[in-house]
Write a protein that binds this ligand. Structure first.
Ligand SMILES: *[C@@H]1O[C@H](CO)[C@@H](O)[C@H](O)[C@H]1NC(C)=O
Ligand SMILES: *[C@@H]1O[C@H](CO)[C@@H](O)[C@H](O)[C@H]1NC(C)=O
Ligand SMILES: *[C@@H]1O[C@H](CO)[C@@H](O)[C@H](O)[C@H]1NC(C)=O
Ligand SMILES: *[C@@H]1O[C@H](CO)[C@@H](O)[C@H](O)[C@H]1NC(C)=O
Ligand SMILES: *[C@@H]1O[C@H](CO)[C@@H](O)[C@H](O)[C@H]1NC(C)=O
Ligand SMILES: *[C@@H]1O[C@H](CO)[C@@H](O)[C@H](O)[C@H]1NC(C)=O
Length: 377
């Protein structure tokens, strides 16, 4: 067998055909490059290499499929569930009065104090609802009065339309419009729709916070800038998975346009957040709150932030969400020295600023025209 020429000559020796060894001449019809002339060793190498190539192709295809995996965001049929609007706006909320869990230099006051003529920190009229920080106390030496409200009603899913007229900002402030189950964090999830600190001149941050197994290092369709991508509270010092918006999505520039609409859709396929400046609100979002027609996100432009369900089981990570709004002062984010002084360029120490600079809080207020919640049938 010419294919095994070396071995067969050896075997011939082993079987006592004499000591005379001989080289079989190469067959005239091929060279060592012809498969017909390959040794068993070469066949094994060829086999292994072929198997490796097949494996690489399969792994590549799987990884490629995972990278391009994307959930089905096809339209849901929404109906209006709740409208937060008018002079009864704040009746639908609990006022948080405990010690600030994020360690701010703040006293969150009860509803009666917030609504009193003396403080007037929450005030609702037919046209808008205002939530603000006290601007009168010139020696708030144990922390300044502010407000944190959370909706009595909780939601597992829905389309939320926040018509925002003014966003709070200014040194020491930590401002947020968000959703969470405050009694079971982070197991029921947290969705920060709008969040910003201090001068708030770097755009909005939209962030999820969850327990383990929720990652956003996947295909996303969003206009914002992705920051850290692991949403789990145990990673990146609890930064969550954030997306940063353009400068005018928050703060002075946002307010100069009389704000705009933030829309957030929470569904099994994922969570998406859109920002529309006042002059570019899609025509299928009714501006008149008595118009109950439900908007259809499927015809809107690409969202600011996209948190698809690809590596995050949205429906198990997000439940029982109250809508929460607050203005914290200093605390874990706004008040850390590296943020307050270095990043934001704010004067002195954060708590001294809060205690003594009452009039600096004139810009520290939320104003909303309405919040509307639609649920899918
Ligand atoms: C409370 O604030 C609102 C909005 O700024 C204002 O219109 C209203 O007069 C204030 N109420 C009192 C009692 O100061
Ligand atoms: C501020 O209040 C604290 C505590 O009540 C007091 O000790 C301090 O003298 C006050 N400072 C000023 C400037 O009034
Ligand atoms: C993260 O959440 C878990 C509960 O799921 C909690 O035990 C843990 O202390 C939290 N860690 C941080 C850094 O917040
Ligand atoms: C309600 O709003 C929708 C969407 O903006 C609009 O198409 C419709 O004409 C409005 N209905 C009325 C009665 O104004
Ligand atoms: C939602 O929160 C309410 C009030 O804290 C609680 O009674 C209820 O059991 C929670 N539901 C779920 C599904 O966690
Ligand atoms: C009070 O605010 C002004 C203007 O923002 C600032 O220049 C000043 O340093 C602040 N004072 C303190 C004690 O932080």
């Amino acid at each position: 067998m010419s294919n095994y020429s070396n071995k067969s000559s050896f075997a011939l020796e082993g079987h006592g055909y004499g000591s005379q060894s001989f080289e079989k001449p190469a067959p005239s019809n091929g060279s060592k490059w012809s498969p017909r002339n390959w040794s068993k060793k070469i066949w094994i190498i060829v086999g292994v290499v072929a198997a490796m190539i097949v494996a690489v192709i399969i792994i590549g295809a799987v990884v490629g499929t995972q990278k391009s995996a994307y959930p089905d965001y096809s339209p849901l049929s929404y109906t209006l569930q709740d409208t937060y609007h008018g002079s009864s706006f704040f009746d639908n909320f609990d006022y948080f009065t405990g010690y600030d869990p994020t360690h701010g230099f703040v006293h969150y006051v009860p509803a009666a104090t917030a609504m009193s003529a003396q403080y007037n920190l929450t005030y609702a009229s037919q046209s808008s609802a205002i939530l603000r920080v006290d601007t009168t106390d010139e020696n708030a030496s144990t922390g300044r009065y502010s407000v944190r409200i959370s909706s009595k009603k909780q939601y597992d899913q829905g389309l939320f339309i926040f018509d925002v007229l003014n966003s709070p900002y200014g040194c020491s402030t930590w401002n947020a419009l968000w959703l969470a189950d405050e009694t079971d964090w982070p197991l029921k999830g947290e969705i920060d729709v709008m969040e910003a600190v201090n001068k708030a001149n770097t755009g909005v941050q939209t962030t999820l916070h969850t327990s383990n197994n929720c990652k956003m290092n996947v295909k996303r369709k969003e206009t914002g800038k992705a920051l850290t991508t692991n949403c789990c509270n145990e990673t990146d010092s609890n930064a969550g998975c954030g997306v940063q918006g353009p400068v005018d999505s928050y703060g002075a520039g946002f307010n100069a346009n009389r704000g705009g609409i933030y829309a957030m859709e929470l569904r099994d396929a994922g969570i998406r957040v859109w920002f529309f400046a006042r002059n570019s609100i899609p025509s299928n979002i009714p501006t008149d709150v008595t118009n109950t027609t439900a908007p259809d996100p499927s015809v809107w432009p690409e969202p600011l932030a996209d948190f698809p369900s690809t590596h995050c089981d949205i429906s198990s990570h997000f439940k029982n969400q109250s809508i929460i709004a607050n203005i914290d002062l200093c605390g874990d984010w706004a008040g850390s020295t590296s943020v307050y002084s270095t990043q934001s360029g704010c004067p002195g120490t954060c708590s001294n600023f809060v205690a003594t600079n009452a009039t600096a809080f004139d810009t520290a207020y939320w104003e909303w025209a309405s919040w509307r919640v639609y649920t899918a049938s």
